[in-house]
Design a protein around this ligand. Structure first.
Ligand code: FAD
Length: 473
């Protein structure tokens, strides 16, 4: 059995940042094991922008953010094994971590690790955990599965959609399905507020006139072979449906976006202490589990909203794992990580005049009011960029459009693309119309111009991902 200094399970943003940091801390004998066909994790299907403001001081799409880390891994020549699923973990008598994995070339095999970094991410809570009555007809998906179909595999899950859950993923899928030509009937949220960012309420729902039904729940799904509609009812303060408030909504698709669960079946095999509140393992400041030499970072530890925080946390896990390999221990005061993000959730009637600036990592929470004479008064900004952003948002909003075009000749059917600059909000439809039916052939690289001056906006459509002819990167 080959024994590595560090084995990392998961090649998403957490695994990649941990690998880079461990390498830079002097441990180069590393192996990343990833079950998917490419590195990058969930980011490959998150084609919207909003990633990377803290790490790169730029707003990137998910694939672009992932590509930056993949490039670092290739530059440092850190080995990784794709399409390799880890199925078991155990400890040998001399405290070597034994990783059982399988892939189509080697079948089932074991590797050893002096230190192990868990970076397996999370999975979605499904319809089953919501106890929604009704038939099991086709057309019910988790939002992430629908995102995979649309953004990577190039399929449309349906045409008339109801979304359950108004966290950021639900909101982002409402916009995505709309841009792909579906009619999103409503987003149904059982709480009296949305768990999503106000910015996503504005840009994903309000921009497209999609209703948000707060304090409502889907109480029935109709349709034996295929979904035909759902019954939506108002809920009381105990979240129980109120009889007499039912409304039938015709649709062919229901997307559930009702929470994420850290993926810890493997962690439990090591008999690590678990934190039942977060669903992840209990860790010390150093991100080390109750099992010495095993570290965790990213969504496997607890669900993170912002990928920049994942990268920062994972870098600490990588440095501390390297220290464990070199010295057999993690030094006192080893760098830990505290997720200090305060989420500005949307509640109608509250903070209606608040706006969060996205021009730089400061993320100023500003107050912006449009005056009778058309001018805008802004307070709470740390720099002039805030005034520009708020004024534009209240008078002539602009958006970066992210979508996909058809891809041929590679292993994905869809290529994520975006406008290289913001365009007037009322031009979004024209941009999408011009891209409909466009096909791009691999190879294609990040930043390649796909269409110049799209819809006369002065913006170019550029590729956000890299695909070779043979597939993957
Ligand atoms: C739908 C969605 C939208 C998001 N939008 C934003 C946003 O707009 N802005 C933002 O900053 N953040 C966003 N995030 C959050 C951000 O993308 C995540 O926090 C980040 O991707 C987590 O990184 P990770 O490496 O921990 O997990 P992941 O990206 O999930 O990576 C985990 C990797 O581990 C692999 N793996 C799991 N189990 C095994 C196994 N047994 N063997 C081998 N490999 C395995 C998986 O295949 C995967 O590649 C979003 C997240 C989701 C789910």
């Amino acid at each position: 059995m080959k024994i590595y200094d560090i084995v990392i399970i998961g090649g998403g943003p957490a695994g990649l940042a941990a690998a880079e940091a461990a390498y830079k801390a002097g441990v180069t004998d590393i192996m990343i094991l990833e079950r998917d066909v490419r590195l990058g994790g969930i980011l490959n299907q998150c084609i919207h922008n909003g990633f990377g403001l803290h790490t790169f001081r730029e707003e990137l799409t998910g694939p672009e953010y992932a590509a930056r880390y993949e490039e670092k891994i290739r530059e440092l020549k850190i080995p990784y094994s794709l399409e390799t699923m880890v199925t078991d973990l155990s400890l040998s008598e001399d405290n070597c971590k034994v990783v059982t994995c399988m892939n189509k070339d080697r079948g089932m095999y074991k590797v050893g690790a002096r230190a192990l970094i868990l970076a397996m991410g999370c999975r979605e809570r499904a319809r089953g955990s919501m106890n929604t009555p009704g038939y099991r007809g086709a057309g019910v998906f988790s939002a992430g599965t629908a995102q995979l179909y649309v953004n990577i595999e190039g399929y449309m899950p349906g045409r008339k959609v109801v979304i359950v859950g108004s966290g950021d993923i639900g909101l982002i899928m409402a916009r995505r399905m709309t841009l792909e030509g579906a009619e999103v009937k409503m987003v149904v949220e059982i709480m009296d507020h949305s768990g999503g960012l106000k910015r996503n309420i504005v840009q994903c729902l309000n921009d497209f006139n999609i209703p948000l039904k707060l304090s409502h729940s889907v109480v029935g799904i109709r349709g034996k072979n295929r979904v035909e509609g759902v019954t939506v009812a108002k809920v009381d303060e105990k979240l129980k449906p109120i009889p007499g408030t039912e409304e039938y909504v015709e649709c062919d698709t229901v997307l559930y976006s009702v929470g994420l669960i850290p993926e810890n079946e493997l962690t439990r095999k090591l008999k690590a202490d678990m934190d039942e509140r977060s669903g992840g393992p209990k860790v010390l400041e150093s991100l080390e589990l109750s099992v010495p030499g095993v570290f965790a970072c990213g969504n496997v530890l607890h669900v993170h909203d912002i990928v920049d925080h994942v990268s920062e946390e994972a870098a600490h896990a990588g440095e501390n794992a390297a220290s464990f390999v070199k010295t057999g221990a993690v030094p006192d005061g080893a760098k830990g990580y505290v997720d200090s993000e305060e989420k500005n959730v949307y509640r109608p009637g509250e903070n209606e005049d608040k706006i969060t600036c996205i021009m730089c990592p400061n993320g100023c929470n500003m107050t912006a009011v449009k005056n009778a004479d058309g001018t805008v008064s802004v307070t709470g900004n740390l720099c002039p960029k805030g005034i520009k952003y708020a004024t534009e948002e209240l008078t002539a909003p602009r958006r970066t459009v992210t979508t996909t075009v058809k891809l041929t000749g590679s292993d994905a059917a869809a290529l994520p693309v975006k406008t290289d600059k913001t365009i007037p909000k009322d031009k979004i439809k024209d941009v999408i119309n011009e891209l409909t039916g466009l096909t791009v052939s691999a190879p294609v690289k990040v930043g390649d111009v796909i269409v110049s001056d799209i819809a006369g906006t002065g913006a170019d459509i550029v590729s956000c991902s890299e695909f070779s002819v043979t597939g993957g990167i």
